[in-house]
Design a protein. Structure first.
Length: 490
């Protein structure tokens, strides 16, 4: 009888789904299971999770995944999650009240107070972040005001991935890429910032000892083993912040590697060495944090709601995605008659990140295919504009990898390659986060010398299109966006 592979479980606790995926040491997916991420809405517009529901659905995903791989030995478990949301525990280790979702905007009311007490630039130089409602500090301040009893009983704070690790092992630790999203962690010193903690009255004992991503924090308890089917004693690691774990999972581990994640919102994750944070005299519109790769950092740059604009286009045309692809396949890759101009606008020190867009050109003489192609051309221009901003900050771009739903649109991928006039590596692994978590678990078990990289498709630029698009980008897109940035106030 052929011996079955040893496998590694990667958990991805996301905003929409909780996933458990099993991978072998070659990075090959062997099983996956999903449950929903339960969320609740309050009368005042708040959004929250319940710790018990997150754990219950995580267990369901694990059990379903384990049923698919019966007979295989699970060697280790890695856990990634959304970054800023966390669980307050009491002295006995029980959750205290609801978990404010990372995108809950209620803490916005404390932004002015926070920036008066500590200038935003000082925050940025220490933490790589500028004050926003989503970060953990802001959730602490909201809890202190609106959940005073839970605040008084608080004993330990854990991000969601760390809480799941605690449920599996009984050990409390904080992973360094998650700590980087609290507004309380000094990323240059790679330790909690005592001055910020004291300034805002946070109890230092709430914040746990930090560990590097993939470091074993404990092992599966006997009781947990009985209802998850993972053997007692199996090592458990905290993989970290899902965006960064996803970049790691597809091989974005070298300095200058950029992972372009294209969902409803589009982001850029750049792997880099440490930066002298004192060099910043103003706050850029990207954040910096500690990577899941040891002794490396990342820059996280939002591009915009590019996928959301495509969803808008489909809603007003009545097309489905296949119809859109058919329409685009009839276009030649360069739209000269109609321009679409999505512009990133906003004060990077505030929550007012705004994206506006407009059409310019012969709109009334344009057929639907030209309108669709102009939108793709404009969104690709926005992508280049954001990428060039990173480069302007002395961040060299060596390799570009694209993941997410937009990779299924060949016209869009070719347009990106053409407007940049450089190759793109298209990675069709839709489970990069779970994959990265599993790989980090395998590395913790000394099973991997090299990180297995998923297969990718290289899209080369079309030289003829690249030249024409260069004219559109420099003479039309950049000039229009720069003028608009000076004119628009809000």
């Amino acid at each position: 009888m052929r011996k079955k592979d040893s496998l590694y479980i990667g958990l991805d606790i996301g905003s929409t789904h909780i996933k458990a995926a099993a991978y072998n040491r070659l990075g090959e997916l062997k099983a996956i299971a999903r449950t929903s991420t339960p969320a609740h809405v309050t009368k005042d517009g708040g959004i929250y999770h319940l710790a018990s529901e997150l754990w219950e659905n995580t267990v369901k995903s694990i059990r379903s995944c384990m049923e698919q791989v019966q007979g295989h030995k699970i060697k280790a478990v890695g856990i990634a999650s959304v970054a800023e949301a966390g669980v307050m525990l009491d002295e006995s280790g029980e959750p205290l009240g609801p978990i404010s979702a990372w995108y809950d905007q209620r803490p916005n009311q404390f932004l002015s107070m926070v920036k008066k007490r500590v200038p935003a630039l000082q925050f940025y130089r220490k933490t790589g972040l500028y004050p926003q409602a989503k970060y953990s500090l802001m959730k602490f301040l909201w809890m202190k005001e609106y959940m005073p009893e839970q605040w008084k009983q608080g004993h330990a704070w854990l991000h969601i991935a760390e809480y799941i690790a605690y449920c599996l092992t009984g050990v409390k630790r904080t992973e360094i890429s998650l700590a980087s999203r609290t507004m309380l962690f000094n990323i240059s010193r790679r330790e909690w910032d005592d001055d910020l903690i004291a300034e805002f009255g946070i109890k230092k004992e709430w914040l746990q000892t930090t560990v590097q991503a993939g470091q074993v924090v404990g092992s599966v308890k006997k009781q947990v083993s009985e209802y998850t089917s993972i053997s007692e004693g199996t090592p458990v690691t905290i993989a970290g912040h899902d965006h960064i774990v996803g970049a790691f999972g597809i091989g974005g581990t070298l300095d200058g590697d950029v992972t372009n994640s294209c969902g409803t919102a589009e982001t850029l994750v750049l792997t880099m060495q440490n930066r002298d944070m004192e060099q910043f005299t103003e706050i850029p519109n990207f954040t910096i944090g500690c990577h899941v790769v040891p002794n490396r950092y990342y820059a996280l740059q939002p591009v915009g709601t590019t996928g959301g604009i495509i969803e808008w286009l489909l809603s007003i045309t009545g097309w489905n995605y296949e119809q859109l692809l058919t329409v685009l396949s009839k276009e030649n890759g360069v739209n000269k008659s109609l321009g679409f101009y999505p512009a990133p606008l906003g004060d990077s020190e505030s929550e007012k990140h705004v994206q506006i867009a407009w059409f310019g050109g012969a709109l009334t003489n344009t057929h639907p295919g030209q309108m669709a192609s102009s939108i793709i051309q404009g969104l690709s221009s926005l992508f280049r504009y954001r990428l060039e901003f990173l480069q302007s900050q002395n961040m060299p771009i060596e390799r570009l990898m694209v993941i997410g739903g937009a990779t299924k649109n060949p016209y869009w991928m070719q347009m990106k390659a053409d407007i940049l006039n450089r190759p793109l590596n298209i990675v069709r692994d839709s489970e990069g986060v779970a994959r990265g978590a599993a790989i980090l678990a395998a590395k913790s078990n000394d099973e991997l010398d090299e990180i297995p990289v998923p297969a990718s498709l290289t899209v080369l630029p079309n030289a003829d299109h690249a030249g024409k698009l260069e004219e559109f980008y420099t003479d039309c897109y950049v000039k229009n966006v720069e003028i608009t940035k000076k004119l628009v106030t809000y």
